[in-house]
Design a protein around this ligand. Structure first.
Ligand code: GLV
Length: 320
């Protein structure tokens, strides 16, 4: 007896992405029952039929009505929107994207931020705008201490590339695990200050969970090495933003480059916009590429249909 192919709903607010996922699923499984939607209205006729949901930014009201849903594959690495506040019912299995899909671009973002600073490109471009020819001394990043907080699939990849690029790399993680490539790994909240105190570059690659929320508060930031440059590519909610503003204003931190924020888009009256030693990007460091994610999903779909363990299944208790 052949088992019916599970009904799949793709939900992405971006219509071209939603359609691309559908095409790619059909290319592997011609005739499979898969529909795509980009709004609650479009998803309405399918939401209580779907067994599998692939997507992101799914309205919570829609999720509550997904009575037959058994598995959701999030098209992204972070899942706090689904886990914190229980937007996705507990009995629904949740998988996230493997960091391998996002890490290559995030590595380049982090290294780009560091080298743009040491090469003082911002100064060159300001001078260019004013037609000023004024040579300056550039700095070197090699040999500096780069600390990665959060050594998951993405943080670990950033750390290893930083080692290859000649940084002295240290790490911080919540629970002990061997990291042979790193100079030293600090573990647990009690070692966070000691870790932060050593970093010339402090790179945050942490998920937002009940344990990481507001972790970088005034107390932790006050431990930072003088002149430390902070880069956040994880989630904005791990930093107490007013404390970061104070640290940047007082010079306790040398500067920061942020890709993620407690609230996105960042409100126009936020103090961040006014800080000369803060560089902001609008959550672009780890873009989701449908062709990559679809291939990961299709591998997971094979596992699901064969009753095997899924890749990157989220543990609701730890939140990632
Ligand atoms: C991006 O922030 C993601 O969670 O994939």
């Amino acid at each position: 007896m052949s088992v019916a192919f599970p009904e799949i709903l793709v939900f992405c607010p971006e219509p071209e992405q939603a359609e691309r996922y559908r095409e790619l699923i059909l290319a592997r499984h011609p005739g499979a029952p898969v529909v795509s939607a980009s709004s609650a209205q479009q998803a309405e006729p399918y939401i209580d039929r779907a067994e599998i949901l692939l997507g992101w930014k799914v309205p919570a009201a829609l999720l509550r009505r997904a009575t037959r849903l058994r598995w959701m594959q999030k098209t992204g690495a972070g899942v706090e929107d689904l886990v914190l506040g229980n937007a996705l019912p507990e009995h629904v299995r949740l998988t996230r994207c493997d960091g391998v899909l996002l890490a290559p671009r995030m590595i380049e973002y982090v290294l780009g931020a560091i080298y743009a600073r040491t090469q003082k490109f911002h100064l060159a471009w300001t001078q260019q705008g004013e037609r000023v020819w004024q040579p300056y001394m550039v700095d070197r990043a090699e040999g500096s201490v780069l600390g990665v907080a959060g050594l998951g699939d993405i943080g670990g990849a950033i750390a290893r590339r930083a080692v290859a690029n000649g940084f002295k790399v240290i790490g911080w993680r919540r629970s002990p695990q061997a990291e042979p490539d790193l100079d030293r790994v600090f573990v647990g909240l009690e070692q966070l200050k000691a870790f932060v105190a050593l970093c010339d570059y402090l790179v945050l690659v942490l998920p937002l969970t009940n344990a990481t929320r507001d972790m970088f508060d005034a107390d932790i930031l006050s431990a930072a090495k003088q002149g430390c440059f902070l880069i956040n590519v994880g989630r904005g909610g791990v930093i107490v933003e007013p404390a970061l503003v104070n640290a940047l204003r007082s010079g306790a931190l040398g500067g920061a480059m942020l890709d993620v924020y407690a609230e996105e888009p960042v409100p126009t009256d936020h103090a961040f916009w006014t800080l000369p030693n803060l560089y902001m990007t609008p959550h672009v460091s780890g873009p989701i590429v449908p062709d990559d994610v679809a291939s990961f999903f299709l591998d997971n779909l094979d596992l699901y249909r064969n009753g095997l363990p899924l890749l990157r299944e989220v543990d609701r208790a730890s939140g990632y």
